[in-house]
Design a protein around this ligand. Structure first.
Ligand code: ADP
Ligand code: MG
Ligand code: MG
Length: 248
């Protein structure tokens, strides 16, 4: 059982205050959706939790099972059980998907997985996500389609088995078939009940497939409303205008 607790988090980018006191608690087995208009600070929250150097923490805490992640290096955060899938994954020429994934598993576990065991887990994960076997030998993110990038993110989830997964715009750029495969992957993964999921999204579309337990509306760098899955339906019908007006 794990808990991610974000307490009064304040974050600035290039001296501009973006997050203005975010409070949020995510436990294993729970799925929280963060929804909000463009520019409301959703990705800033993900980057700040990840330890991206451009994002300056000006106040607050991010605790994973009581330990402040903000004191840890990016690698240490991953080892502590945090997983972040980024909106724009970077290309790494010369590193294959397979090598990258094995290094990632090694980094998180603190020891290399046995080759046969890793090969088996990799194959099972790829099969479940309908990823072609040749994909494992391709260079990381080089020429990946939107759908391939997202499937690759979910493959990482399945192999790394994090305590808390932060998924930023996992649904962007996916066609309906890819959205279904990716959503099924997330659902399979969270069914273990061992991971808490923070699903950041602008659109309600993915929430038809991945049912959140809690929905938080983000506007102007803070949470302005919270509710259950019904809140996503309300947003779908009414949009974000009421919140952007109120926070402006
Ligand atoms: P969202 O993901 O909700 O669309 P972001 O977190 O990307 O919002 O952006 C929130 C605000 O922070 C925006 O005004 C954006 O311009 C600014 N911002 C975010 N990242 C950077 C950055 N790296 N450099 C400059 N401004 C940034
Ligand atoms: Mg964003
Ligand atoms: Mg403060």
């Amino acid at each position: 059982m794990s808990t991610l607790e974000i307490r009064d988090l304040q974050v600035a980018v290039e001296d501009k205050e973006i997050l203005r006191g975010v409070n949020l608690t995510v436990k294993s087995g729970e799925t929280h959706a963060i929804m909000g208009p463009n520019g409301s600070g959703k990705s800033t929250l993900a980057y700040a939790i990840a330890g991206h150097p451009k994002y300056t923490i000006t106040g607050g805490q991010v605790l994973l099972d009581g330990a402040d992640l903000l004191d840890l290096s990016v690698d240490e955060r991953a080892r502590a059980g945090l997983f972040l899938a980024m909106q724009y994954p970077v290309e790494v020429p010369g590193v294959s998907v397979s090598n990258f994934l094995r290094s990632a598993v090694t980094a998180v576990r603190g020891e290399a997985p046995k080759l046969r065991e890793f090969a088996k887990d990799l194959k099972n994960g790829m099969d479940a996500l309908s990823i072609d076997a040749a994909f494992a030998q391709r260079n990381l993110n080089e020429g990946f389609s939107g759908g391939e990038k997202k499937r690759h993110e979910i493959l990482q989830l399945e192999l790394l088995k994090p305590k808390i997964a932060v998924l930023d715009e996992t649904d962007s750029g996916l066609d309906v078939d890819a959205l279904r495969v990716v959503s099924e992957g997330i659902n399979r993964f969270r069914a273990s009940g061992e991971t808490g999921v923070l699903l950041i999204t602008h659109y309600t579309r993915i929430l038809r497939y991945v049912k959140p337990d809690f929905v938080h509306v983000f506007a102007g760098g803070r949470v302005v409303e919270q509710g259950g899955p019904e809140l996503a339906e309300k947003l779908e019908a009414e949009g974000y205008e009421q919140y952007t007006k109120a926070s402006a």
